[in-house]
Design a binder for this molecule. Structure first.
Ligand SMILES: [Zn+2]
Length: 377
């Protein structure tokens, strides 16, 4: 047992519990803010901690290019380098190689690509990805996989999934197991139920500390994403953490928790915060909107973040209109606080066997301002 996952309470398929790692405990269901280049953009690590986050996500692709995993290791690992002493999960680099790099070529061995920064050529293989994540000192290492594009034919999704399963086995063989550090496998298979089942079965026979569902939130829409979860989570071990990669909006998270997911990551709260979009219990708001120009109220009544405690909508509106950097900082802080408050609400609701009521109450208010044709899940 390299990490311990303790489920405290279940309601339907939803679970709440604790995942213990080398750098501390992650309360689940958990949302991981994205710290792409060894920083959560516009936030001090101390401030990220204050929002209630137990774990951050770091991006292997970005860090291997700049400043390099070897340099970070020389400076004591990613935790010390970026002054974050809680758990860190790193992705394998596979997804961003496909979405950001130039002239990439996939072979059985791995991926050869050119950096989007300066065109330098790199090889990324399952073995190299494990080595980089080890050098970074990640508490949770992700297996190297190919994120199957959407849309993909059944044949394309099968070939891609089978390659990812061979890479998953090589990842497991290359991973250096030690107490408190975990390796997660990633289920692929596109939108095809039997491929998802095959992938989950293959990963279970290799044996991982946790299981991620990959290849979703790539344009398929919420309904199809939920359909894929419905046919995937039943094939995953009940006693291991489950992570839905790259998801999502608050309503995606609630729906996925109800389908048995324990962990999430997404750039939405941080990226939106830098672009004047706020997440509130009354839905998504654009703080640049003229209606906020003279509004003395806080962004969201009752929100414990510094932005809502001390500043008005009029001030936030002004900061964004004047292109002041404090605007993105305050709105990112708010959005991350909103997400962590949502997660703690979800955990408390499951503990009391009231997730269905919590979800109904949250979504009714959250979607009140959305046009009816956009409401359907
Ligand atoms: Zn707030």
């Amino acid at each position: 047992m390299v990490i311990n996952f303790k489920i405290e309470k279940k309601e339907g398929l939803a679970r709440t519990g604790e995942l213990s790692t080398a750098h501390g405990i992650i309360r689940t269901p958990a949302f991981m803010p994205v710290g792409t280049a060894a920083t959560v953009k516009a936030m001090l690590p101390e401030s990220v901690k204050e929002t209630g986050a137990d774990i951050l996500l770091g991006n292997t692709y970005h860090l291997m290019l700049r400043p390099t995993a070897e340099l970070i290791a020389k400076h004591g690992g990613l935790h010390k380098f970026m002054n974050w002493d809680k758990p860190i999960l790193t992705d394998s680099g596979g997804f961003q190689v496909m979405s950001l790099s130039k002239l990439r070529k996939i072979t059985e061995s791995g991926v050869t690509f050119q950096s989007h920064l300066d065109g330098t050529s790199y090889d990324l293989t399952p073995e190299r990805s494990m080595e980089i994540q080890h050098l970074l000192g990640s508490d949770i290492t992700m297996a190297f996989d190919e994120c199957t594009p959407f849309p993909a034919t059944e044949e394309q999704a099968r070939i891609s999934m089978e390659l990812s399963m061979r890479w998953a086995e090589r990842s497991k063989n290359a991973f250096i197991a030690r107490e408190g550090y975990a390796l997660f496998g990633i289920v692929q298979g596109g939108v095809y139920p039997h491929l998802r089942e095959k992938s989950a079965t293959a990963l279970k026979s290799i044996g991982f500390d946790g299981y991620a569902v990959g290849g979703l939130a790539v344009g398929e829409g919420q309904k199809l994403m939920f359909d894929v979860l419905d046919v995937t989570t039943p094939h995953l071990p009940d006693d291991k953490p489950r992570y839905l990669m790259g998801v999502g909006k608050p309503d995606d998270i609630i729906g996925a928790v109800m389908r048995g997911i324990d962990m999430f990551d997404c750039v939405i709260p941080t990226r939106s915060g830098r672009n004047a979009r706020a997440y509130t219990d009354a839905g998504e708001q654009n703080i640049m909107n003229a209606k906020f120009k003279d509004d003395p109220k806080p962004l969201m009544e009752g929100c414990p973040c510094p932005s809502c405690k001390s500043y008005s909508r009029a001030y936030l509106n002004h900061l964004f209109r004047a292109d002041e950097m404090l605007g993105p900082m305050l709105l990112t802080w708010h959005n991350l606080t909103f997400y962590q408050t949502l997660m703690s609400g979800i955990r408390a609701a499951i503990a009391k066997n009231q997730l269905a009521e919590f979800a109904h109450g949250f979504l009714t208010k959250y979607r009140a301002n959305i046009k009816s044709d956009e409401k359907e899940i």
